[in-house]
Design a protein around this ligand. Structure first.
Ligand code: ATP
Ligand code: MG
Length: 438
């Protein structure tokens, strides 16, 4: 036998339910993904956001220019390669915002007014793989382009809450919101100067990464995960103390919306986010129940990005939500997920009965009933076992005798006391509703 080929490390299959993976982590199956995607579509539609899709491969320059050269992503996480056919420098997208902005600038789409957009799909980052951290992962990405806020900032934060609630997650219990303001570039520069001066005074306490960043990107030092530096970072000058009147008014505007909506949040002055393009509002939805990969959603305002990518200056706000992390959380706390089981399983005991049975099944499906057909024949007992394993509520038994009488037998697989019924083959559209409403 030939060798088995395996998936690339850190890149996972999303499997249908019922397949055991002997090694490694049990990841949410496709049933929970489909449910999530349906809830996403429904919620985003209710908020008036329009779906779009961008290519998975983009010019490397888009991310270098968009995300900033001294970010974790651009420095060490991008899957970049040279197209051997023409020498183009390309990158598998590590995030979705840059691609959406690139597209809207390319088509001058903001000319007719602001846009509310969303997309969903795979992202790629060459990271150390662990629970909740993969090399291919998926994001829901929501962007509101051309709005200055703070009303839209509030809207997208509330949109996340309503998505989380619809999935069964409760804020305060399973997830919570952290909020900060990064101010404007001038305010950040003043804060940055103060930070550099502070960290220069404490050079000896900095780790190698931080020393390297001291002059290139001192803000990112605040983002360090190194425990020995926490006290130092805690006592560093706070950006909040450098915000001017307009920035504070924006921040208070967002807070007023969240307060009125009864959404509790924690102001986390250490929240800086990984990308350089953020200003004013930044936020994260976090959980304590996924270990160190606790951020399920992160976003904020990026008023400078559209211009930076060649467009006419326009404000914008958005977020990326890590789908794997969110679904792991749902799995971890055992929230109920709608079942993927069919309503009925069709047992077909003779090949001669199959054509007529399938005509009936077509009618049932057209009427909205999900029916799984036992294909390929086999003993009645085996077919009943499959019916049971499928999770179906009912078995429809198309036996030779029944079909000859123009009938099919209906058996309730989840209630042994319920009597078996005979139903007319010709009237399937009529009794389909009984199955649906049972
Ligand atoms: P982290 O600090 O965990 O590395 P990040 O700041 O790099 O996160 P963002 O770029 O803001 O993450 O992406 C938004 C969301 O996407 C994150 O909050 C997280 O839920 C998810 N995410 C980011 N990187 C990964 C990954 N490698 N694997 C799985 N999910 C991820
Ligand atoms: Mg990261």
């Amino acid at each position: 036998m030939a060798d088995i080929l395996r998936a690339v490390k850190g890149m996972n299959d999303i499997l249908p339910p019922g397949i055991d993976v002997p090694r490694g982590e049990k990841l949410p199956d496709s049933t929970i993904w489909q449910w999530f995607e349906n809830v996403v579509r429904s919620v985003l539609t209710r908020y008036g956001y329009k779906n779009m899709l961008t290519p998975i491969v983009e010019p490397t320059a888009l991310f270098v220019r968009g995300l900033g050269e001294v970010t974790d992503i651009v420095e060490k996480e991008m899957y970049s390669f040279v197209d051997s056919m023409n020498g183009d420098k390309l990158t598998l997208r590590p995030e979705a915002t840059a691609g959406i902005v690139r597209a809207m600038v390319e088509y001058n789409a903001l000319y007719n007014g602001p846009l509310r957009l969303w997309t969903m799909g795979p992202m790629f980052r060459h990271e150390k793989q662990q629970k909740g951290r993969y090399r291919q992962f998926h994001q829901l990405d929501v962007e509101a382009l051309g709005f200055a806020g703070p009303d839209v900032d509030g809207e997208i934060i509330l949109l996340v809450r309503s998505l989380l609630r619809e999935l069964g997650l409760v804020e305060g219990k399973h997830v919570r919101l952290e909020l900060n303001s990064l101010g404007q570039p001038g305010e950040r520069r003043a804060h940055r100067d103060a930070l550099v001066a502070y960290f220069e005074q404490h050079q000896d306490a900095l780790d190698e990464d931080s020393r390297r960043r001291l002059h290139s990107n001192p803000l990112r030092i605040l983002d360090t995960k190194n425990p020995t530096m926490q006290a130092l970072v805690e006592a560093a000058p706070k950006l909040m103390d450098f915000l001017g009147e307009a920035s504070l008014a924006h921040f208070n505007g967002v807070r007023a919306i969240l307060d009125a909506a009864g959404l509790e949040y924690r102001i986390n002055t250490r929240l800086v986010r990984g990308m350089d393009y953020y200003n004013l509002t930044v936020f994260e939805w976090v959980t304590d129940q996924l270990g160190s990969q606790g951020t399920v959603c992160g976003g904020g305002r990026y008023d400078g990005l559209i211009e930076q990518l060649g467009g006419k200056s326009a404000p914008a706000v958005g977020f990326g939500l890590g789908i794997e992390r969110l679904l792991l959380l749902i799995q971890e706390i055992g929230l109920p997920v709608p079942s993927a089981a069919p309503v009925a399983y069709a047992i077909v005991t003779s090949a001669a009965a199959a054509p007529q049975a399938m005509v009936v099944l077509e009618k049932l499906r057209a009427a909205g009933v999900s029916v799984l057909m036992h294909a390929g024949g086999g003993k009645m007992k085996t077919q009943f076992k499959r019916a049971d394993d499928s999770g179906a509520r009912f078995a429809l038994i198309f036996g030779e005798d029944e079909v000859a009488r123009g009938e099919v037998s209906l058996k309730d697989l989840r209630n042994a006391d319920a009597p078996q019924r005979s139903l007319p083959l010709s009237g399937a559209a009529g009794w389909a509703a009984d199955l649906l409403n049972a």
